[in-house]
Design a binder for this molecule. Sequence first.
Ligand SMILES: [Fe+2]
Ligand SMILES: [Fe+2]
Length: 279
Amino acid sequence: MQQNLSFLDVIKQHIAAGNIVLPVLSSAAMRIQQELVKKEPDMRVVENLISQDQSLASQVLQIANSAFYHGLVEVMTIRAAIVRLGMQEVGRITLLAATKNQFRSKNKEHNSIMHKLWQHSVGCALGVQWLSKRCKFDELRGHAFFAGLFHDVGKLFVLMVIEQMKEKNAHIPITHALLMEAMTVLHTQQGYNLMKQWNLPEDYCVIARDHHSKDFDSKNILLLLVRLSNMACIRLGIGVEQDPSLVLSATEEAHQLNLSEIDLAELEVLLEDTAILAG
Ligand SMILES: [Fe+2]
Ligand SMILES: [Fe+2]
């Protein structure tokens, strides 16, 4: 490592040099998402996309039958899951199942961080979903979950970059604190760049970039929802950060979204339940 460069600069250089293997966004997840945002999604398309991939289908059924969905009767087929839970819900479950494998590492320390990142992503996604319904933003229905699930994808990316750097040079001295700092400082811009490379719509890229910014577009409803859900997760310690002193009702986001103390308390109850899904 060059002595006059900070660790963050070294990571940025490494990324800029283009010798990083990019994480892949599951093509099934992408196609499901494209179907979900349509005005009239086609159930057969969703069903076929899931059923084509046996391991994905079995993971979807496992989640659909989990305690989170209070299944009284076990569903054995994707079609039965769609009938019971609805196509949008099964679509979201598929996004979860298809994305989960990205959050795994052979490195023990990284794996434990990734697991927390996963819990945070799931919590945030379900929180955004719930908030969009509570605030009656029906037009955001197909976007809310996806936006929450991927808002911190930059953290996963930075962690993968560090892992690849370590594989090339096992002697790079990286403490846990340095690793967390790198993720915190770099994840918004790197998440934005990654989503651009994935050719995702600008709305999602902006959320990856601006979900912590002090200066942000307070008219961007989807961004407001993600910011609030993200803060609620941090308040409850769902993820790598925890700050119980965060007062959600005092945030500009809660104010803009016109949410009451009761709404926010309900959001927290829902988020605590998400541990069942992301455990
Ligand atoms: Fe973040
Ligand atoms: Fe976050």
